[in-house]
Design a protein around this ligand. Structure first.
Ligand code: ATP
Length: 287
């Protein structure tokens, strides 16, 4: 399938008719013998992903042609030379979610969902990031983000599975939604209201913008303003949350902020101070 809008934004875009997992394809290709053929911002995408993965071995499923699996290779080169400090790596998946939230809101606005609200909708509250790796529309999951390091930390692959045209009957879990459903568009949306290329190009443009800001500031999320952008799109902040840590340890509290490394700060309900949660530590976050 052609994707001219997206193709114009990146040095390499491989549209696969089918893939087990686009993340696995890109990690293997960009970390293998042919690594030099996969520069920074190479993309592998399919609308038929058969073995989509979430975190911790969970599965991501969608009928062929209804969603996109988009994997983007980042090989960060900082303004100062060198690569992203490990302390900044936690921001990468958050950039994916923040970019996707904006792209989804753009499409919803274009589809006229919030007719009359105009540009304010673009950064508005309909699609938000559920820290650390989901994008929700009105509380239902439209996208999951999964980031994976290349061997030897030679790069990071940011994978996003996003539901475009699933109908209510096609949703794999009741907590899911699709852009077409949220926009109130029925079957046939793929040929009329928006295309996968519309969504992907909006996502890539925003991801590239955020990523370049972060690398230009040598990974300093606060200094670059990236921390504030991500926080402004994060629906978790200000919410009461229940965090499941490994070993079935549960903590409850109020999500108050993101720290300098993109970790979630939770003010414990029992008054025993702040809990700082990194994406790798949390198995479940509910609110
Ligand atoms: P959760 O979404 O349950 O909080 P999580 O954020 O860790 O967990 P991921 O690992 O990112 O989830 O994604 C896997 C989960 O997403 C699955 O357990 C399933 O509940 C859900 N899921 C699978 N396919 C889809 C889909 N197409 N749309 C929305 N949600 C899906």
């Amino acid at each position: 399938m052609d994707a001219p809008l997206s193709r114009a934004l990146v040095p390499r875009l491989d549209w696969l008719a089918e893939a087990g997992s686009t993340n696995s394809v890109l990690v293997a290709a960009a970390g293998g013998a042919d690594a030099r053929a996969y520069p920074d911002l190479s993309v592998v995408v399919t609308d038929n992903q058969t073995e989509g993965r979430g975190r911790l071995g969970r599965v991501w499923t969608a009928p062929p042609g209804t969603s996109l699996a988009i994997s983007v290779l980042l090989r960060p080169e900082l303004a100062s030379g060198g690569s992203l400090p490990p302390s900044s790596l936690g921001w990468i998946p958050l950039l994916g979610g923040a970019a996707m939230a904006r792209a989804v809101n753009l499409l919803l606005a274009r589809a006229g969902v919030s007719a009359g609200a105009g540009a304010a909708v673009v950064d508005g509250p309909r699609a938000v990031v559920k820290w650390p790796n989901d994008v929700l529309i009105d509380g239902r999951k439209v996208c999951g983000v999964l980031s994976e390091l290349l061997p030897g930390a030679a790069g990071v692959v940011v994978g996003a599975g996003v539901n475009l045209f699933l109908t209510e009957e096609q949703l794999p879990v009741p907590t899911a939604t699709s852009i077409a459903l949220a926009a109130g568009i029925g079957a046939g949306a793929s040929t009329t209201a928006f295309t996968g290329d519309d969504l992907m190009s909006a996502y890539l443009a925003e991801l590239i913008r955020l990523y370049r800001s972060l690398t230009a500031a040598n990974g300093d999320a606060a200094g670059s303003g990236i921390g504030a952008v991500v926080a402004s799109r994060c629906g978790t902040l200000g919410q009461p949350v229940r965090v499941e840590l490994p070993g079935s340890v549960f903590e409850t509290g109020l999500a108050t902020a993101l720290d300098v490394n993109g970790r979630l700060i939770v003010k414990r309900d029992d008054g025993s101070g702040d809990l700082v949660v990194s994406a790798g530590d949390v198995t479940h976050l509910r609110y």
